[in-house]
Design a protein around this ligand. Structure first.
Ligand SMILES: Nc1ncnc2c1ncn2[C@@H]1O[C@H](COP(=O)(O)OP(=O)(O)OP(=O)(O)O)[C@@H](O)[C@H]1O
Length: 578
């Protein structure tokens, strides 16, 4: 609720106009039957001027009500759209500042639902609340008072109708609330299934999994439909019950009045407004039901959004951290001291007590078996995960104490699975450095051995990359990711199997460029092929999260049986360009 109040505050003027307009509409609705009664009386007594006068008032009041209604809806809609847009933006910004652990703990599909469907629910809640918050109590209390005032002898009809409606609807709304919670969970699942299927469409097709995927989706959709249908049934049940109760109330009122109409003929004029008030009470109760269902759904969503917004993120903590000029970054050494890391929810540590030192400007190669923790180490060095124990020090400064934005400015990483974004090649490259000159971009493209294909496109750097970079080959994606990291002119460059899809000649050229033009840059190169790191100043051999060998290529060949084994298995294969 606090979240909603915070985001609604800037709209207080529009909120006031909406609420005043809706209140005016409620009063106009309540006043109309009074004029109706006067008209009925005048019709019975054949007073045509009174009929006309009250008719005109009635019409004016109805017009005022309509005008107030339109104004209320207009402003309520502006406020609800505005509040929803502001929350959406703030939530998006918050998610951008999430650590990988945080994204993983929610799952990306779940976060998408929190950004879309949940926000829509909150928008509905704001819209309905603004339209009903004062209208319902005014209409409800006003119609009860005026109904009893119009025909005091029928007070019991009013009371009985309210009691019966409240009793019958209480249970229905409680059940609806439970179903809304379930719906949110099923929508999350639905989204995950659709996202995974579309992202992995090639695998799905090549393994003939369309049928299985359809079945999974159909099962989830069937569950969603079942819950939605139950809510529909409850709604459908509610309306006839309400109508039945209200018609019974009207029938009782008419029956009772018919017995005394001869002694008090003026009651004939009062029965029409009385019935109108009964209907207004019913309307108010229906609106109350509606708002409570919107509220139960909206508050479930609001809670889910508040959970995201309440997450503590690194950006919020940047205050105590030191800023470092990029040129002064990593001028002495990179020290990894006793680094231990366990993934969230995993039982065993992936990195176990890792320690090594690397002088600035040197190249560290890392090889090891599958799943030995190489990529995890890269992610920790890039500060995308935080160590559980131990630390990484740059020139004696623990990385957590360095302003995170400065860190990311100075460190370039090329991940094992390259990720590019839809838009031009230039837009992707500039993520590394928005101020880069055209010559810088072209140099990075050449260094990453991407010039061959980029400059054969008629539009060159302006060439559009499609969604999920579907119009690029694996090797092209790798080259562009490397170029993006090089545009940054990083002080620390981390390459995680970043040249695996390059042919031996191109890979060798990349190595030469890194050696020649990035001499000042400290490099950490993870590779499957020893050939990719053979000239590194130091090579680490990882196995099951531990360092099992460390030294130059020659030293390791002499000392590490594990390294020898890898080397012998790769010797003579393509890619060995010693
Ligand atoms: N996000 C994650 N959540 C939980 N466990 C993970 C996650 N990423 C990796 N792991 C686990 O951590 C271990 C190390 O993975 P990592 O990717 O670091 O290995 P690697 O040496 O780079 O492997 P490869 O050579 O196959 O790329 C593996 O057992 C893997 O299952």
């Amino acid at each position: 609720m606090g979240l909603l109040i915070t985001y609604a505050k800037p709209y207080w003027k529009k909120i006031t106009v909406a609420v005043v307009a809706v209140t005016l509409m409620a009063f106009s609705t309540l006043a109309q039957p009074q004029f109706l009664e006067k008209m009925m009386s005048a019709i019975i007594q054949n007073q045509s001027d009174v009929i006309l006068k009250n008719g005109a008032f009635l019409l004016g009041l109805a017009l005022l009500g309509i005008l107030a209604g339109i104004t209320g809806t207009y402003f309520a809609s502006q406020v609800s759209q505005g509040v929803a847009a502001d929350i959406r933006l703030a939530e998006y910004e918050k998610i951008q500042s999430f650590s990988l652990e945080q994204v993983q703990s929610y799952s990306s599909a779940n976060l998408v639902v929190r950004l879309t469907n949940d926000i829509n629910q909150v928008q509905q809640l704001v819209m309905q609340s603004l339209q009903m918050v004062l209208r319902v109590p005014i209409l409800f209390i006003g119609a009860i008072v005026l109904a009893i005032w119009t025909l005091p002898s029928l007070w019991w009809v009013v009371l009985l109708m309210i009691v019966l409606i409240v009793l019958s609807s209480k249970r229905i709304f409680a059940m609806m609330g439970r179903y809304f919670g379930k719906i949110q969970h099923l929508i999350d699942q639905n989204n995950t299934l659709a996202q995974e299927n579309l992202a992995g469409v090639r695998v799905v097709k090549s393994f003939n999994q369309q049928g299985q995927e359809e079945q999974n989706f159909a099962e989830n959709t069937a569950q969603l439909t079942a819950v939605n249908t139950k809510i529909g049934y409850l709604f459908n049940l509610m309306f006839p019950i309400f109508m039945l109760i209200s018609y019974a109330a009207i029938a009782s009122a008419l029956l009772f009045i018919s017995t005394s109409i001869k002694e008090a003929p003026d009651q004939l004029a009062k029965i029409t407004p009385f019935i109108t008030y009964l209907n207004q009470i019913l309307m108010a109760l229906l609106m109350l039901g509606m708002i409570s269902t919107f509220a139960s759904r909206g508050f479930v969503s609001l809670k889910r959004i508040a959970a995201v917004m309440g997450e503590e993120t690194a950006q919020a903590n940047e205050e105590g951290q030191v800023a470092i000029e990029k040129d002064a970054f990593l001028t002495k050494e990179l020290v990894v001291d006793g680094l231990t890391f366990t993934y969230p929810k995993a039982e065993e540590a992936v990195l176990k007590d890792l320690s090594f030192t690397l002088a600035a400007g040197q190249t560290l190669g890392i090889v090891g078996s599958t799943g030995s923790g190489k990529s995890t180490l890269a992610l920790l060095l890039a500060r995308l995960y935080q160590a559980e124990k131990g630390q990484v020090l740059v020139d004696g400064q623990a990385i957590e104490d360095i302003a995170e934005s400065d860190w990311h400015q100075a460190v370039g990483i090329v991940m094992q699975k390259p990720v590019l974004f839809s838009g031009t090649i230039e837009k992707n490259l500039r993520m590394g450095n928005p101020e880069a000159s055209q010559a810088d971009l072209e140099a990075a493209v050449s260094a990453a051995q991407a010039a061959d294909f980029v400059f054969t496109y008629p539009d060159g750097l302006e060439h559009e990359i499609s969604e999920r970079s579907a119009n690029l080959s694996g090797g092209q994606k790798q080259r562009l990711s490397l170029a993006r990291a090089l545009v940054k002119k990083p002080r620390l460059l981390i390459l995680d199997d970043a040249t695996s899809a390059l042919d031996a000649r191109s890979e060798k050229r990349v190595q030469e460029v890194l050696e020649k033009d990035f001499g000042q840059t400290t490099k950490v190169i993870i590779a499957e092929k020893i050939a990719s790191i053979i000239h590194a100043d130091r090579i680490l051999v990882l196995d099951e999260g531990r360092i099992v060998g460390s030294g130059s290529h020659q030293e390791l060949l002499e000392e590490s049986s594990f390294y020898q084994e890898i080397y012998q298995s790769q010797k003579g294969k393509e890619g060995d360009h010693e």
